[in-house]
Design a protein around this ligand. Structure first.
Ligand code: OAD
Length: 249
């Protein structure tokens, strides 16, 4: 990873303030968890309308549940990779100066040890009631058939589906973090899904230094300060080394 002297200077300057990382499916690609829009992306093989909407679940809960069960199997067999571990290293070094915001539902950041995680799109290991209870449960082992809440209604994956709103409290915290960021890392996301994709734009408008890590160009590439054309596992070790070196000077 070759950074120009100017980019490295800007990165080092920004490393003294609040650091926010926004991650997407790409950070888990090296753990062999499929992305959504890449070459083997899930939305190239499956129709989101059939699997990731409240209407799809109402019409065919078994098919939707089975699809999430299949994904849970892939995730259960996966391990956090170098990218996840680097972000934990950053958190350990800078503490509450760091905020991780993820669109991922796989829980791999937490399995790498990261604590300051805002999961904007939910978590595939949690369920919630489709009825009045709205209870969120964390289940270690989910059954093969959609289970029922004690109120009798079906439990569904606690994931934000298309057409649904994000948790307003989480979103507030994410926007506050983006507003206060000096350094904003955009890692492994196509940045086409809002409101998550608005966060780097907001941080940019507030004067943050924005660095993107993605093997492919994205819609954000023309507006970020630094775009590293590499995988998260390739680029993050060196990038985090530079950030931590700058922090300790
Ligand atoms: P996408 O699949 O849209 O984008 C993944 C990005 O990761 C692409 O830009 C890839 O080029 C990049 N990528 C692939 N391998 C990588 C690697 N090893 N290192 C770094 N980057 C890599 O996934 P998201 O942007 O996360 O919503 O998608 C956003 C949301 O759309 C998801 O959260 C999901 C989906 O519908 C829900 O599940 C609610």
């Amino acid at each position: 990873m070759a950074l120009s002297a100017e980019h490295e200077h800007q990165l080092r300057q920004a490393s003294h303030g609040s650091i926010v990382a926004l991650t997407g499916a790409g950070i888990s690609a090296e753990s062999k968890v499929p992305t959504f829009r890449g070459a083997d992306g899930l939305w190239r093989r499956y129709r989101a309308e059939d699997l990731a909407t409240p209407y799809a679940f109402a019409a065919d809960p078994l098919t939707v549940w089975e699809w999430y069960d299949w994904r849970r199997g892939i995730i259960a067999a996966a391990l956090p990779n170098a990218g996840h571990h680097c972000l934990r290293r950053l958190e350990l070094a800078v503490g509450d100066q760091f905020q991780l915001i993820t669109q991922n539902v796989d829980g791999l950041h937490q399995r790498a040890g990261t604590e300051r995680v805002l999961e904007l799109h939910g978590n595939i290991w949690r369920t919630r009631c489709t009825g009045e209870h709205h209870r969120v449960e964390l289940m270690e082992q989910l059954p093969e058939l959609p289970p029922c809440c004690e109120c009798g209604a079906l439990l569904r994956p606690d994931i934000v589906w298309f057409g649904e709103s994000l948790d307003p409290g989480l979103l507030d915290r994410a926007f506050a973090a983006a507003t206060g960021a000096a350094l904003f890392l955009v890692i492994g996301t196509s940045a086409v899904v809002t409101p998550a994709a608005d966060l780097p734009r907001l941080a940019l408008a507030q004067g943050a230094f924005i660095a993107e890590i993605n093997p492919e160009p994205t819609i954000l590439t023309p507006i970020v300060h630094l775009s590293l054309r590499a995988t998260a596992g390739e680029a993050l070790p060196e990038l985090v080394d530079i950030i931590l070196d700058a922090c300790t000077q």
